[in-house]
Design a protein around this ligand. Structure first.
Ligand code: UD1
Length: 427
């Protein structure tokens, strides 16, 4: 298996191009199931999860073609066309490897009136149930059965009737599935306490470009008036705010100065506020956001929350940054129950972190020492990279496939701003 080796201590300086957002791509791709016309997505990141999703679409009868697949191209263009659905089943083998596969449930139900999707099961960061996805679809008229590890959803008469659902807990994935199911309903569907993440705005804007009628985009109440059919569209995937935030943390911990090219400040205010709290200079530039730091980070107090709150997907990276802070930082994780798995690995590098239930206290230490560490999930892996960039000596990050799911050409982007980082291929 590949390994990433970092010799820490280099200050990051220069420009980092920010890729298309993984989490937006993973909800825009299944939109191709909603129409028989082509959907062209621009600025798609080159990531294992995006390729995996493409294969799932192929299994359902969607043909995909990719341009811009030269190794030097950032931002690929994929045209996906589902002239006819050849299957409405997302099998266990695919869903098990890629949780986001659950996002074909809504579009298949909308287009074919039925869908059979394997239950995703638990994952490294918690139980992650899908009960809210199913309850929202039921509220719109779907009949749902669970059997042999699969969810089977049927829309009586071939189309969802419409209805109203109030989320008891904000869920990004359940909001996405419900919106994609609703766009072809017979009647009107209303979602209350819907997630407002920028990736959901991206999804809604793409669906509107395909002919959907959605009101309240960007708010917690979405009203979707079903239409008889959607048409094709060309749509550009938004910039990855989590990737941008991750490199910002890397810049702060190395006391660097980077420009995150393509990043949009309006989509990552909570992250930028946290960077300022740590003492970083954060300013908009013509092409993105500049993050610069001199001296060690000041302590931060951060609690994760649904958007526009501080993103759970940024917690591990800020924690890595805080390990070299000037005092004690306090983290509270409110979204996932098991999202501190980076802590024992960071401890191997000399960090002082105490976890108690959902909170973690990080006391800044004078220096970190490189060590062999193991990535446990995507964002936890990035926290190890960030710590490694500032640690004395060599850090070897193992199980790099987690990083490949969500960071496009990580080592290349970091090398270009001065990091001493390389991938050792297993061959
Ligand atoms: C998405 C993101 C992930 C991010 C998370 C929270 C993608 C592909 N993934 O994940 O990177 O960390 O949002 O911002 O976009 N829940 C239920 N029942 C459900 C669904 C969710 O109880 O049916 C709970 C979850 O266990 C969790 C909370 O709701 O505690 C939020 O999860 P959710 O927003 O659904 O996360 P994902 O969509 O899986």
């Amino acid at each position: 298996m590949d390994q990433i080796v970092i010799r820490g201590g280099q200050r990051l300086k220069g420009r980092i191009p920010i890729s298309g957002a993984k989490n937006a791509a993973l909800t825009l791709l299944p939109c191709a199931l909603l129409t028989d016309e082509p959907l062209t997505l621009r600025n798609l990141p080159r990531l294992a999860d995006v390729d995996g999703f493409g294969h799932l679409l192929n299994q359902l009868g969607c043909s995909t073609t990719i341009e811009g697949s030269r190794p030097e191209d950032f931002g690929r263009v994929m045209t996906a066309r589902t002239t006819t659905l050849t299957s409405t089943v997302a099998p266990y083998d695919i869903v098990r490897k890629m949780r986001a596969s659950i996002l074909v449930l809504g579009p298949l139900l909308a287009r074919a009136g039925e869908a059979t999707v394997s239950l995703p099961g638990g994952c490294a960061i918690g139980n992650r149930p899908i009960d809210l996805h199913l309850k929202a679809l039921e509220a719109f008229g779907a009949e749902i059965e669970l059997a042999s590890g699969y969810v089977k959803a049927v829309a009586p008469g071939g189309r969802l009737a419409g209805g109203k659902f109030t989320f008891p807990v904000v869920s990004v994935g359940a909001t996405e599935n419900a919106v994609m199911a609703a766009v072809l309903a017979k009647g009107t569907c209303v979602l209350e306490n819907a997630a407002r993440e920028p990736e959901i705005v991206d999804l809604c804007n793409c669906l509107v470009a395909m002919g959907a009628h959605i009101d309240g985009i960007g708010t917690e109440t979405l009203t979707i008036e079903g239409v008889d059919r959607l048409h094709g569209a060309t749509y550009r995937v938004m910039a990855d705010r989590i990737e941008a935030g991750s490199y910002a943390c890397a810049a702060v911990i190395t006391e660097g100065d980077v420009e995150l090219v393509g990043a949009k400040a309006g989509e990552m205010e909570a992250t930028l506020a946290a960077l300022r709290e740590a003492g970083a200079t954060v300013e908009g530039t013509k092409s993105g956001i500049r993050v610069a730091m001199s001296g060690r980070a000041q302590p931060v107090t951060l609690s994760t929350a649904p958007y526009p709150g501080f993103a759970t997907d940024m917690q591990a990276q800020f924690m890595a940054m805080a390990t070299l802070g000037t005092g004690a930082s306090l983290f509270t994780e409110t979204i996932f129950e098991n999202r501190y798995m980076h802590v024992p690995e960071l401890a191997r590098m000399g960090c002082d972190i105490q976890v108690k239930g959902r909170t973690a206290v990080v006391r800044g230490v004078d220096h970190l020492v490189g060590a062999p560490v193991m990535a446990t999930d995507l964002r936890a892996s990035m926290s190890l990279i960030i710590a490694g960039l500032a640690a004395q000596g060599q850090t070897e990050v193992n199980r790099v496939y987690h990083l490949d799911r969500g960071y496009e050409r990580l080592e290349e982007k970091l090398q270009a701003v001065g990091a001493d980082i390389e991938r050792i291929s297993a061959g």
